[in-house]
Design a protein around this ligand. Structure first.
Ligand SMILES: Cc1cc2nc3c(=O)[nH]c(=O)nc-3n(C[C@H](O)[C@H](O)[C@H](O)COP(=O)(O)O)c2cc1C
Length: 206
């Protein structure tokens, strides 16, 4: 079976206060075939090394942004990373084909509950809709966009004892991606990725 190289680009501005993303990041560091990068650690002054980041992209098949949802979007370093790294002639434009054929997804946590992320809900939009700029970034750069892997109600996850299940699902997801044992077509269509995994997603709805 062919193996994929998976790149996790993790962005949390206050990792010491993180209850969910930090354990997810630690778990991804332990999965063979996954390169786990802590962007705020590597670039505390946002002095992103474009050549190094572009080289990392070339060397991986699947790119993952991992972050807590901040103002319905990514923490700011992931925007800066896109602005600097996804250059014309590298990621787009007639000769910018370096990302063609790769896959892209987000692994995110949100403070809001899942039922708030509905058309009729408190936040009016689904999480997949709120991530449309990232979906279109992936499409424009020739990557296949996969639905996000998400944990809702993240700030009560610890007291509700939902973190370990989520970490287990995350490791299962990463292993499936590394081993190319994954239904990409289905994952491109659904609202969020837990539906694709052969595991219950009831903890998000609790
Ligand atoms: C500046 C800031 C903005 C936030 N914006 C949102 C938001 O738009 N939607 C939401 O559901 N939660 C929002 N949250 C809550 C975080 O998403 C939540 O605390 C985080 O996912 C928990 O993960 P962690 O334990 O790894 O920090 C925000 C938190 C902060 C600090």
């Amino acid at each position: 079976m062919s193996k994929n190289k998976v790149l996790v680009l993790y962005a949390h501005p206050s990792p010491r206060r993180s209850e969910v993303n930090q354990p997810l990041f630690k778990a991804s560091q332990q999965v063979e075939g996954v390169t786990a990068v802590d962007l705020y650690h590597d670039y505390p002054t946002y002095n992103i090394n474009i050549d190094r980041e572009q080289q990392r992209l070339r060397e991986h098949d699947i790119i993952i942004f991992q972050f807590p949802l901040y103002w319905y979007s990514t923490p700011s370093i992931l925007k800066e990373w896109q602005d600097l790294v996804l250059e014309y002639g590298f990621a787009y434009g007639s000769e910018g084909t370096e990302l063609h054929g790769k896959k892209f997804l987000c692994s995110l946590t949100a403070g809001g509950k899942e039922d708030a992320y509905q058309t009729e809900g408190y936040n009016h939009f689904t999480i997949r809709q709120l991530l449309y700029p990232l979906e279109q970034m992936a499409t424009l750069t020739g990557m296949q966009y996969l639905a996000p892997f998400a944990l809702f109600g993240a700030r009560t996850a610890r007291e509700d004892d939902r973190i370990s299940t989520h970490v287990t699902q995350w490791k299962a997801l990463l292993n499936s991606l590394v081993n190319d044992d994954f239904d990409y077509k289905q994952a491109a269509k659904v609202e969020k990725l837990t539906m694709c995994l052969n595991q219950p997603d009831s903890e998000e709805k609790a």
